[in-house]
Design a protein around this ligand. Structure first.
Ligand code: URA
Length: 249
């Protein structure tokens, strides 16, 4: 691929802008500035990196045919491109991720504005579809803080299944384990219904005070990824995210 195609596919602007970036000497590959737009770059993914001077990014930037990233979502951000009351989670991603060819990254499912934690993004339509599909059953683990201590009876009801307003079929937690305080549990769910944790807790006469998604499949948020920060998924992490069995909870 040409240098211009490299920058264009990776989200560094229109074809014209990318051609100008190259001509202006803004692109560095393997320590060499590349200004000739007619050369062919051999992409040896996944370790092909480049730098773009002046672009709002953390150098070096890796070439990715498809992009997979995780965000540690903070409070009061909406998982929408057109948010209504709070800023969009997309504002937390680096610009090139939002302007990659094909419309940029999309979140894999959504978290409520007042939920924190693990959120995946990709521009791989098949991956997004598979991970979001109720048939696929990738388990998700939530750390749930409720207003009152939870009883064993309430936990048993969540495991046995509760009926939510929009569907007569009961939904159940795959696992429900106590955390370090009487009002905190890890809850593992196979589905991703609208407000599912909050509605399941309401069905057992409890109320969610704080909600944090700590795990998708077997993928956990890395300890050094602070709230509001994103990072690329390694191939191993991507495989963990797709795992249908979860070690937690
Ligand atoms: N369940 C909820 O109620 N809210 C979320 O954000 C995720 C799961």
């Amino acid at each position: 691929m040409t240098p211009e195609q490299l920058l264009f596919t990776q989200g560094f602007g229109s074809r014209k802008m990318c051609a100008s970036l190259v001509a202006d000497g803004a692109l560095t590959v393997n320590g060499s500035v590349i200004t000739d737009n007619n050369i062919t770059l051999t992409i040896t993914a996944p370790d092909f990196n480049f730098e773009v001077e002046g672009a709002n990014q953390t150098p070096p930037w890796p070439y990715r045919e498809k992009a997979y990233v995780m965000l540690n979502k903070p409070l009061n951000f909406e998982c929408s491109q057109k948010p209504k009351s709070h800023p969009s989670v997309y504002n937390l991603l680096a610009n090139p991720l939002r302007t990659r060819t094909g419309g940029g990254l999309q979140s894999v499912g959504r978290l409520d504005h007042d939920t924190t934690g693990l959120l995946l993004f990709s521009d791989d339509g098949q991956f997004i579809h598979k991970m979001s599909s109720p048939k696929h059953h990738v388990p998700k683990v939530y750390d749930v803080t409720i207003s009152e201590p939870i009883s064993d009876e309430q936990i048993q009801k969540l495991l046995a299944g509760v009926v939510l307003a929009d569907d007569p079929a009961p939904v159940r937690a795959l696992a429900c384990t106590r955390m370090d305080a009487p009002n905190k549990i890890h809850m593992t769910l196979a589905q991703g219904k609208y407000h599912q944790v909050k509605r399941m807790m309401a069905a057992v006469k409890s109320h969610v005070d704080a909600l944090h998604r700590s795990q998708i499949g077997a993928l956990k948020i890395p300890a050094d990824l602070a709230l509001g920060e994103w990072c690329w998924l390694s191939a191993d992490e991507l495989a963990l995210a797709k795992l249908k069995t979860s070690s937690a909870a």
